[in-house]
Design a protein around this ligand. Structure first.
Ligand code: FNR
Length: 386
């Protein structure tokens, strides 16, 4: 199948990946209400069709934190993304470079900062979680500086990992020890294309940022146990001082859904924020990004750069989030599905689809540049999600 949409990439990924891995990416927390609303609330926003405005010359480029982007799109941080294709994050960073957009490497990536830096030819972004071990954070920040990362995304909506039922049912989290290992091995064996690509050709795996800390215990259960034990729920606004003392470049706080919190972030001098509910993977029932974004953009849009993610499944959705006040939009599942389906080429193809769909959306709403996209391109009554 040639993918015509992100839904097609999802289907291709479902066919190629072991069940537990697909479920890990696709799922959200509890009843997945927020996950669904991220997608549905965006889809319900009606663009305002305008005609006869000469939109023959479109410019989709933009500038974020002093960097020129060919599209206002960023590949967002996704943990273990590299397990979806051989040396996955290395393929993804190259795809992002080819498309002229930033790639964000997760703290909990499969490929380490050093390996991704060796695969990249340009700077990329790094995402940091708050961990109990401040020394570990310092080491990661020093390495991110050394390899030339040009923005830091500090994720604050994971003081504890959310509970995801699908991971229990799939055998990723619910069957500890040998039982779980057997289930996962069996599921992997059922997908020989993936097993060969990742399990055989992808080895020996260089160690991801966290795996290095595990000293040889590199099983997926060791990894999740490390996350449970090391994520720090004492995280507070004062910790930003610590980050600031270790990081001089652009600092972007990820995981805000509340206007008051966003004002706090602006007061403390963040360069940017990402309005996000972690793709519906943390507290189920919280508002969708589309619902939360307008009030936040109104509150702090003049003071810092507002980015957003969650539920984007087309270029039209990118335009919708821009119209609600975002200056740039991160993709999570879309690039991981494309990577799982077709590696670097898949991610490049997915970004071309996003660009083409953005062009149609801009053409038919009558805007020629990213800066012109605002709420006036949405139908007023239907413009506000439920
Ligand atoms: C994530 N996300 C995430 N965020 C982060 O800051 N660090 C991380 O390591 C991860 N890991 C992660 C794994 C998986 C499998 C998913 C799906 C998501 C959240 C991610 O950056 C982003 O906020 C959402 O994915 C956006 O929603 P969509 O685009 O997936 O709908």
């Amino acid at each position: 199948m040639i993918a015509a949409s992100i839904a097609d990439f999802r289907e291709l990924a479902r066919r190629r990946l072991p069940h537990f891995l697909f479920e890990y990416i696709d799922g959200g927390s509890y009843s997945e209400t927020t996950l669904r609303r991220n997608v549905e609330d965006l889809r319900d926003i009606a663009p305002r069709q305008r005609v006869l405005r000469d939109v023959s010359a479109l410019d989709l480029s933009t500038e974020l934190f002093g960097q020129r982007l060919s599209l206002p799109v960023i590949l967002g941080p996704v943990g273990l993304a590299g397990m979806n294709a051989r040396r996955g994050e290395c393929q993804a960073v190259r795809a992002a470079e080819a498309a002229g957009v930033p790639f964000t490497l997760s703290t909990v990536s499969a490929c380490g900062l050093d390996e991704v830096a060796a695969a990249a030819t340009k700077p990329f972004w790094f995402q940091l979680y708050m961990t109990r071990d401040r020394g570990f954070m310092r080491e990661l920040l020093a390495e991110a500086r050394e390899v030339g990362c040009n923005a830091l995304v500090f994720t604050v909506d994971m003081p504890v990992p959310g509970s995801r039922y699908r991971d229990y049912h799939s055998g990723l989290a619910g069957a500890p020890g040998i039982k779980g290992a057997i289930r996962r091995t069996w599921q992997g064996a059922m997908k020989p294309g993936w097993a060969w690509d990742v399990g055989v050709m992808g080895r020996p795996h260089g160690l991801g940022n966290v795996m290095r800390k595990l000293e040889g215990r590199t099983g997926i259960e060791d990894f999740f146990a490390w996350m449970r034990n090391n994520f720090d729920s004492s995280i507070a606004w004062a910790d930003l001082d610590f980050i600031r003392s270790e990081w001089r470049g652009p600092l972007i706080i990820k995981g805000l859904l509340d206007a008051e919190d966003s004002v706090e972030a602006a007061n403390l001098g963040a360069d940017g924020i990402i309005v996000s509910n972690h793709g519906g993977r943390q507290l189920d029932g919280v508002p969708s990004t589309a619902r939360a974004l307008p009030a936040i953009a109104d509150a702090v849009g003049e003071r810092l750069t507002v980015l957003a993610d969650g539920g984007v499944r087309s270029g039209l959705d990118v335009v919708r989030l821009l119209a609600l006040g975002a200056k740039g939009v991160l993709l999570g599942r879309p690039w991981v599905f494309a990577l799982a389906a077709q590696g670097q080429k898949g991610v490049e193809h997915m970004l071309r689809l996003i660009e083409a769909e953005m062009r149609v959306a801009m053409t038919l709403t009558g805007v020629t540049s990213i800066a012109d996209i605002d709420r006036s391109i949405l139908v007023p009554e239907a413009g506000q999600p439920r």
